[in-house]
Design a protein around this ligand. Structure first.
Ligand code: DAH
Length: 340
């Protein structure tokens, strides 16, 4: 390589570099330009520097001087580009943040009133020795109906009163099609199928029924199911447990009434009412587990007996907090929800 070639390649490098630095518009393009021209290993300047050794001895001083000049100029160009980029960025983002300013208050989330209620109910029942059990929300007809002594022609199985699921191999509403559970009594069956007495459980969770929403109805709501099975469990045990529960959750002055009723899975059956603003309001059902249900899960009704109950969680929560419209619980309105 001749000295002239060496010098002219330095010159064109300098021209190229100053053009590239002028075009820098982002951190990435700045870094790309730095590596391309000033990279210590493979940068363009470094490549030319490697040719220095091939020049004649007496050409080297001049070549070296020019090399240093271009190097300084490139470094200065890089510095200017860096500053220009920083200026451009602060022009679009405004002045730097002031760390001494007070922060924006964070809005803290909190637990939904129904979840709070369920936690509270579990805690009260836990103190009476009832552990918590869970079951799926998508159920089969066996657990939602058949094992609970609800025969195929029972009105409770009407497709208009249930959310049946149309799946690949089932038509909605047919005898074998799955559904969103309409009651937590399903969990009674699941627990008894898997365990032997003595049993004392509650199960709290969502249930689904195609009801038009109004002040007291919503197509999804929650129930607390209770089940106790052992030798010699009686209706007196049931009434005591529900009384103690109600006194704990609704206050020692709560009035409770058991009204004769009918459920396919209990015999005898009662409906459970609480006095609320001088009116008896139904909160759920209860009774002694029907021997047919005990047999369906393989228990011997001659040796064990049990009681069961199912209470509406929303209604309990509404009575305790004086909420008059169930829809308020599910409107997602923070003005309502933030009160709990
Ligand atoms: N599953 C009933 C319903 O949703 C409520 C119920 C009644 C549950 C009696 C029970 C019971 O465990 O024994 O209407």
């Amino acid at each position: 390589m001749s000295l002239a070639d060496f010098l002219s390649s330095l010159q064109s490098l300098q021209d190229e570099a100053s053009e590239a630095f002028a075009k820098v518009s982002s951190q990435q393009s700045l870094e790309d330009a730095r590596v391309r021209f000033l990279g210590a290993k493979n940068g363009a300047l470094r490549q030319i520097q490697k040719q220095l050794g091939k020049l004649d001895k007496d050409e080297k001083p001049q070549a070296g001087q020019k090399l240093n000049e271009v190097k300084r100029s490139l470094s200065a160009g890089l510095e200017r580009a860096t500053e220009a980029l920083a200026d451009a960025q602060s022009a679009t983002t405004g002045p730097p943040a002031d760390p001494t300013l007070p922060g924006e208050p964070l809005r803290l989330g909190h637990i939904h009133p129904i979840t709070q209620t369920m936690d509270h109910l579990k805690e009260i029942m836990g103190r009476m020795g009832f552990e918590t059990a869970e079951g799926p929300e998508v159920e089969d007809p066996w657990h939602n109906f058949v094992a609970l002594n609800i025969p195929e022609d029972h009105p409770a199985r009407d497709p208009l009163d249930n959310f049946y699921l149309a799946t690949a191999d089932a038509v909605a509403g047919e005898a074998d099609s799955q559904l969103m559970r309409s009651q937590t009594s399903t969990v009674q069956i699941r627990v008894m199928e898997n365990r032997q007495p003595p049993i004392r459980i509650v199960s709290l969770g969502r249930v689904y029924r195609p009801d038009a929403p109004d002040a007291t109805h919503f197509p999804m709501f929650h129930q607390m199911e209770g089940l106790m099975v052992d030798r010699q469990v009686t209706m007196a045990n049931l009434k005591t447990v529900l009384r103690v529960f109600a006194n704990n959750y609704l206050g020692s002055d709560v009035q409770i009434r058991f009204r004769p009723s009918f459920f396919p899975f209990t015999e005898p059956s009662v409906e459970v009412d609480f006095l609320w603003n001088d009116q008896w309001i139904e909160f759920g059902g209860a009774g002694m587990v029907d021997p047919a249900v005990l047999s369906a899960v393989g228990y011997d009704p001659e040796t064990v007996s049990g009681f069961a109950f199912g209470l509406g969680v929303e209604r309990l929560c509404m009575r305790r907090h004086n909420i008059t419209d169930i829809r308020d619980l599910y409107s997602g309105d923070m003005r309502f929800l933030s009160q709990f």
